[in-house]
Design a protein around this ligand. Structure first.
Ligand code: CP
Ligand code: NVA
Length: 347
């Protein structure tokens, strides 16, 4: 056992608003430490013998794979369940499911719809629950994103990040609040009708008062991107929605393209593109083809040119999902806490 108690042990991760800047920075650095260990073939079976449940009510490539690989690397076993495999929501309530699974598993990942659902699961399960995305927040994505920004720029505080697109979705909410907590100056570039909800803005305000960061919510392209370090994209229509025509009309002027990078006016090595993925940047998908047929679009939220450009960091970011999710699981389930984690992986 460590002399210093692990402050994460037994905690759920439901939204980044529940974590301090120091705690978020620790998870970022612990993710980097675990990435270092994996790259150097150093075993890290911190969760030997633990059982993990992965509940997905929506599809996933990165989050699901991250939890599976991270579990294996940590010595734990992971079991995946989709709506086709379980009673949840159909024959059995969240409360009953939580009680049953909490008695079987040491930790539960849940990707669902309403934030209230993952909160109820956490409340009743008696074991840590990790929010693998709800309609309101996408907290595990934040640790991967901050790892990526830190890898590129060496720090988080003072970085300017512009999220472009649907300003009311889980990614916009998460970047605005989590970024404000750690001192990133977040800008949401989005049409007025998609400005974020008041409670989210209020959380960002409070976070900025503490961190000294400044946030901006604007529909003006120049105000949104001038001098920014990160241009961040996400799908125009999130999982569970189907309002393509409306969103294309609203968001087409906000497509991330090379003109937007020019408008930012930054030296090449001081600006990057990030995206939580998936992204519609060509017509090589079923939806991509459908958008081409229906609306004549070859690309949507980001052009293929930007996606394949020297600015593109989305695949480094996607890899960091796995290292960061490993950090989140190990911190909340294990007893390991390394106060010097930052210095530790940089050695
Ligand atoms: N970014 C992200 O959450 O990807 P998946 O939907 O593939 O998990
Ligand atoms: N806003 C997107 C994020 C996907 C990772 C969605 O909810 O579909």
């Amino acid at each position: 056992m460590n002399e210093i108690k692990n402050p994460f042990q037994g905690r759920s991760l439901l939204a980044m608003k529940d974590f301090t800047a120091d705690e978020i920075n620790y998870l970022v650095d612990f993710g980097e430490h675990l990435k270092y260990m994996k790259k150097h073939g150093i075993p890290h079976h911190y969760l030997e013998g633990k059982n993990i449940a992965l509940l997905f009510e929506k599809t996933s490539t990165r989050t699901r794979s991250s939890f599976v690989v991270a579990s294996h690397d940590l010595g734990a076993s992971a079991e995946f369940m989709s709506p086709a495999d379980m009673q949840l929501g159909n024959k059995e309530s969240i409360e009953d499911t939580a009680i049953v699974l909490g008695n079987f598993f040491d930790g539960i990942e849940y990707r669902g719809f309403a934030q209230a659902d993952v909160e109820e699961l956490a409340d009743k399960a008696g074991v840590p629950v990790w929010n693998g995305l709800s309609d309101k927040w996408h907290p595990t994505q934040m640790i991967a994103d901050f790892m990526t920004i830190k890898e590129k720029f060496g720090h988080l505080k003072g970085i300017d990040l512009t999220y472009v697109g649907d300003g009311r979705n889980n990614m916009a909410n998460s970047l605005l609040v989590a970024g404000s907590i750690v001192g990133i100056n977040v800008r949401l570039l989005t049409p007025k009708s998609l400005f974020p909800a008041d409670d989210v803005v209020e959380l960002a305000k409070k976070a900025c008062e503490k961190s000294g960061a400044k946030f901006t919510i604007t529909d003006d392209l120049e105000e949104g991107v001038k001098g920014t370090n990160v241009i961040y994209g996400d799908v125009w229509v999130s999982m569970g929605e189907n309002n393509w025509a409306d969103r294309i009309k609203l968001l087409k002027p906000y497509q991330i393209n090379m003109d937007m990078f020019k408008l930012a006016g930054m030296p090449d090595d001081e600006i990057i593109f990030m995206d939580c993925l998936p992204a519609f940047h060509d017509t090589n998908t079923k939806y991509g083809k459908e958008m081409k047929e229906k609306y004549g679009l070859d690309e949507m939220e980001v052009t293929d040119e930007v996606f394949r450009s020297k600015y593109a960091w989305q695949f480094e970011e996607a890899e960091n999902r796995m290292h960061s999710i490993k950090a989140i699981m190990a911190a909340t389930l294990g007893d390991l806490f390394i106060p010097t984690v930052h210095a530790d992986y940089e050695k």
